[in-house]
Design a protein around this ligand. Sequence first.
Ligand SMILES: *Cc1c(COP(=O)(O)O)cnc(C)c1O
Length: 393
Amino acid sequence: MTGELAEAVVDLAAIAGNVERIAGATTAAVMAVVKADGFGHGAVPVARAALAGGATWLGVTSAAEALELRAAGLTAPVLSWLHGPRTDFAALAAAEVDVSVAAPELLDAVAAAARATGRTAQVHLKIDTGMSRHGATAEGWPELVAWARKYEREGVLAVRGLWSHLATADSSPYGVTAQTAAFAEAVAYARDAGLDPELLHLANSAAAFTAPHTHFDLVRAGIAVYGVEPVPDRAFGLRPALTLRTQVIMAKRVPAGTGVSYRHTHVTDRPTTLALIPLGFADGIPRGVDGRAQVLLGGRRLPIIGRVAMDQCVVDAGDLDVRIGDPVTVLGPGDSGEPTAADWAAWAGTNPHEILTGIGTRVPRHHDGKGAFTADVRVEGALPFLHHGRKRR
Ligand SMILES: *Cc1c(COP(=O)(O)O)cnc(C)c1O
């Protein structure tokens, strides 16, 4: 840490290794999902490491995220999937970013942008197979397919993919089976209607490891890329990539009966040492975890007590000899006994995704092993694997 109060260190070799595990679990291609700034890890360095690890696609939600990857010089195929009528589809077409479309209105906007720029837009049509979130309903699918086919004939767009998203891959194989059947039906309908998509994709991280019948041509892996095991009580050899570290900025001895932090929700029951750390809910420490959450300090797991504030929180260090500047690990892979993102998720009643994406912008991200991944990785042939072979440690 160079003058900073806290840092998130991202192990890019872990990212590449995790992608290698995902690729090893499927015969399909792997899309590394780097939305939300790479789940809080830094989208561009994560994307480079993921491509080096064998991913051939990158997935994001928004035009801004896609264009950030292109601006960084990444040339790999990118799919962006959340758009509105005001999305700059012309900029996406110019940057050769594939776009997901689930409604005819947006297909019109994509087609207009393609006409304006003189480029054929690459489109992935999304069907809702049971998530009830994004995607055309089964009733709306024929109309979406018909409009797409019309525009395809006119040469303004090409339907490169058909896709959907699973709701229960980490919990119910029955839900997965039902959604896979609905997807196959939608695909068959689209083919009958004249579409000839090159890519079918349905699986997320959990399905990548547990449901090969959902893999089709491409699996879209998010949380597994970052090293969080996607299925409860199962382990696929993934390694958490992010370590959140800080330091003690104040240490004080207090007597029993001392109220701690706002509203004194915690009162000490013995004389103890309070260690203050400069991370609060604005930095992603969930506010309601006092009494459950722990950090690693002086080689021990110690509890956070009292209300987590916006910028700081208090650790009960007991009789440990704590000094200003002592290192604190908030979360990491668990190698030294520090909590993991999964531990924090359990304490906060959420999922590891929310913990990782919640790490605030005030915390600088530092990337370990960056040098190995700075070159743009092209995805033709065996090059990513060769590249990866050189930088393994
Ligand atoms: C976030 C996201 C993913 C990745 O999901 P994980 O469960 O994190 O692997 C895949 N597809 C879509 C549509 C997503 O929004």
